[in-house]
Design a protein. Structure first.
Length: 261
């Protein structure tokens, strides 16, 4: 662990971007089991790469505008004296480095993992096409779902789904459900297990198949596709445009530093 103020600052510059990357990645991807070593290695690696990239960007900006950032040579050869002689410039450089490295880490998450990817691979509104728009008159959707965890397969009639704009955060509700174990024979008297309703998070779905079954005479008519629900939390909207916001932060920071000094 760091034992001095300078070491704490260096520790923050390296760890904060990697930690921001990891937390953002967890909120955008299906749950998975990983060892602490793998998670720690990813945090350190992303932190080091984004810090190095941010340092290269700031060095390039300093070449264009020397007075806007501290001297890399001064910080590396005689850091104590340089910091004492230029405290404000050093603080600006540290803040710029931390901001740029964190923005680069979040930019990487937005580029490698779009918000709509995860349990269902496809376009943003593929569920609406399969479960609402493509259902013929007098028919209802009979759905078969394979789950990622546990080796289960689910069969049932489509009942409803929530309308979150991010596919990974949707949930599918089936009725008249039969649950199969893929390693069990379906006719052994135990399987399939039957349920009245079953809710399935989208992030747990490996694949989904839809068939069209006859609509029973006393069944309520199926409505049209629900309108996507606006996000209740500003953070949800921010995550959908995360890479654009991160790129904007980098652009604004670069402009400010170029105009400073």
């Amino acid at each position: 662990m760091p034992t001095s103020f300078t070491a704490v600052l260096v520790f923050m510059v390296f760890v904060v971007p990697g930690l921001a990357f990891e937390l953002s990645l967890r909120r955008r991807t299906p749950s998975r089991v990983e060892s602490p070593f793998v998670e720690t290695a990813r945090v350190v690696l992303v932190g080091a790469l984004s810090t190095a990239a941010a340092a290269a960007l700031l060095i390039a900006i300093r070449e264009l505008r020397p007075g806007s950032l501290p001297s890399p040579t001064g910080l590396t050869t005689d850091s104590a004296h340089y910091v004492a002689a230029h405290p404000e410039l050093t603080a600006i450089g540290l803040a710029a480095e931390l901001l740029a490295a964190t923005a680069l880490a979040l930019l990487a998450v937005g580029l490698i993992r779009p918000p709509t990817s995860g349990g269902i691979q496809g376009f943003d509104d593929i569920w609406y096409e399969l479960l609402y728009n493509e259902i013929p008159a007098g028919k209802r959707a009979k759905v078969v779902v394979a789950l990622k965890s546990g080796g289960y397969r689910v069969s049932g009639f489509f009942h409803t789904m929530n309308t979150h704009p991010e596919v990974d955060r949707r949930e599918l509700v089936l009725k008249a459900v039969e649950l199969f174990r893929e390693d069990q024979a379906s006719g052994d008297g135990t399987w399939p297990a039957t349920y009245v309703r079953l809710a399935i998070p989208a992030r747990e779905i490996a694949w989904m198949a839809v068939a069209h079954a006859a609509q029973s005479a006393n069944a309520a008519p199926t409505g049209g596709a629900p309108a996507p629900r606006p996000s209740a939390f500003p953070s949800d909207r921010l995550r959908r445009f995360q890479w654009q916001l991160a790129a904007a932060v980098l652009a604004v920071e670069s402009v400010v530093l170029l105009l400073a000094g």
